[in-house]
Design a protein around this ligand. Structure first.
Ligand SMILES: *Cc1c(COP(=O)(O)O)cnc(C)c1O
Length: 396
C-alpha cells in the first residue's frame, strides 16, 4: 500500500514499464530521494540556477496589458532563463543527479528541440556525453535547434519509427535506456513518464513557483487570485503550481493546445475533448491520453511544438480530478493573437506555448476583472518567428 501511494497521484501515474527497466526506475528513485535532501547536491544545484541560469527570474508587471484587460497582470519570466525557457531547470537538476549516480552519459527525447538543447547545454556544462533522439520529421522542421545541439557537443539520433515525431523519440530513448542502464541516465523533459519522473521533474521545476510566491508577496503584499500556465507534458505548469498548491484560495489554471478547435479533432486538448481524451497507459504512466475507440494514440496538432503531445503528466490528471486545478484551452488562432498583443503592448515576444496561457487570459478577461493574476511565461519566442511569420502571412 505504501509503494502504491508513493508512485501514484490518486489513481494516476505508476510505473508501467517492461521488467527490464524496473531496476533503472528503482535506482533512479533511490538516488533522487537521497539527493533531494542532500546539502551538497542542493548547494550545487542552486549555485547553477543562480550563476548559470540567472535565477531568480523576474516577475514583471504588465501595465499596458493590465489596463487593456481590466486586471492586474504579472508575468513570471522563464523566458529570461539561460537557453530561453524553463526546461533548463529540470535538465540541470537531472544532469547533476546523473553525475551523482556515477553515470557518464545522458540521453534525451526532443520534439521541437527545446528539451534537446537544454539537455545538451546541461551535459556540456557538467561534462557528460549526450545523445538526443529526435524524429526525422522534427529534424527537418527544427533545423536551428539541431544545429544548436551539435554545437553544444551532443549527438542527434534520427528516429524513423511511427509518426517520426516526439512520441516515437520517447520510445527510442526508453529502448536505449533499457540497454545501457549501467552508464546512462535518461533525462526526460517533462513531468510525465514512469515514477519517479513526474515527481522528480516537478521537484526541479518547483523553483518557479517558490520564487513567484515570494516575489508577489513582496511586491503586492498578497497572493494572486489565479496562476495560469500552458500545459504540454505539464512541467512548467506543475512547477509554478507547486508554489501555490497549499494556498487553497489561489486558482490554478492549466491551458492546453486547442489547435484548430476541439470539434476539428486537430488539437492536443487531452482534457477538453471528451470524445478522444480519456485515461490510458502511455510512456510508463496512467494518465489522460488522446486515443481512438480502439485505444490507438490519436495524432495531435498544435501551432506550438511544445504543446503538441498526446498525453499529459499524471499529476495534472489528479489535480483536475480533485478539483484543485482547472484546465481549459486556447486555439492556434487565439495563441497567435496573444503572441502579437504581448509583443506590441509589453515588448515581450513569448514562445507560442506560453502565448496559450496569455490567450486564455485575454479570452476570459471578464472573469478576472480587477483581480491579481500571474501568468507563467514559460519561454521566449525567438525560436518561433518562422512559424509565426508563416501563420500570420508575413514573408521573412
Ligand atoms: C517545452 C515547452 C513547453 C511545454 O512543456 P511543459 O512540460 O508542459 O512545460 C512550454 N513552454 C515552452 C517554452 C517549452 O519550451
Amino acid at each position: 500500500m505504501k509503494i502504491f501511494q508513493k508512485n501514484y497521484f490518486g489513481k494516476y501515474g505508476g510505473i508501467f514499464v517492461p521488467e527490464t527497466l524496473m531496476p533503472a526506475c528503482k535506482q533512479l528513485e533511490q538516488a533522487f530521494n537521497k539527493c533531494k535532501n542532500n546539502k551538497q547536491f542542493n548547494n550545487e544545484f542552486h549555485y547553477l540556477l543562480k550563476e548559470y541560469v540567472g535565477r531568480p527570474t523576474a516577475l514583471t508587471f504588465c501595465d499596458k496589458l493590465s489596463k487593456k484587460l481590466g486586471c492586474k497582470i504579472y508575468l513570471k519570466r522563464e523566458d529570461l532563463a539561460h537557453t530561453g525557457a524553463h526546461k533548463i531547470n529540470n535538465a540541470l537538476g537531472q544532469a547533476l543527479l546523473a553525475k551523482h549516480m556515477g553515470k557518464t552519459r545522458v540521453i534525451a527525447e526532443t520534439g521541437a528541440g527545446q528539451h534537446g538543447v537544454a539537455t545538451a547545454t546541461a551535459a556540456a556544462k557538467l561534462g557528460l556525453k549526450c545523445d538526443v533522439y529526435m524524429g526525422i520529421v522534427d529534424i527537418e522542421r527544427q533545423k536551428p535547434n539541431v544545429f544548436r545541439m551539435k554545437m553544444l557537443g551532443a549527438n542527434v539520433i534520427p528516429v524513423k519509427t511511427g509518426s517520426q515525431t516526439l512520441k516515437d523519440a520517447i520510445n527510442e530513448a526508453l529502448r536505449d535506456w533499457t540497454a545501457n542502464v549501467e552508464d546512462t541516465h535518461y533525462l526526460l523533459g517533462s513531468a510525465l513518464g514512469p515514477h519517479p519522473y513526474p515527481t522528480m521533474v516537478a521537484h526541479f521545476q518547483s523553483i518557479i513557483g517558490k520564487e513567484a510566491r515570494k516575489q508577489i508577496l513582496k511586491i503586492e503584499k498578497k497572493l494572486p487570485y489565479a496562476v495560469i500556465a500552458c500545459v504540454g507534458g505539464g512541467s512548467n505548469a506543475i512547477g509554478i503550481f507547486k508554489g501555490f498548491a497549499k494556498d487553497q484560495k489561489v486558482k490554478l489554471i492549466g491551458v492546453e493546445a486547442g489547435g484548430y478547435g476541439i470539434s476539428s479533432k486537430k488539437h492536443a486538448a487531452r482534457f477538453a475533448d471528451k470524445s478522444l481524451g480519456r485515461p490510458g497507459i502511455i510512456h510508463g504512466s496512467f494518465t489522460y491520453v488522446l486515443q481512438d475507440k480502439y485505444g490507438q494514440i490519436y495524432n495531435t496538432h498544435s501551432v506550438s511544438a511544445g504543446l503538441d503531445y498526446c498525453a499529459v503528466g499524471p499529476e495534472h490528471s489528479y489535480l483536475r480530478e480533485i478539483k484543485r486545478a482547472e484546465y481549459s484551452y486556447a486555439t492556434d488562432k487565439e495563441c497567435l493573437g496573444a503572441f502579437q498583443l504581448l509583443s506590441k503592448e509589453e515588448g515581450i515576444i513569448p514562445a507560442l506555448e506560453s502565448a496559450h496561457a496569455v490567450a486564455y487570459l485575454i479570452k476570459n478577461h471578464k472573469r478576472f476583472k480587477n483581480k491579481l493574476i500571474i501568468v507563467n511565461l514559460s519561454g521566449r519566442g525567438d525560436k518561433d518567428i518562422y512559424i509565426a511569420a508563416d501563420e500570420l502571412g508575413i514573408k521573412l
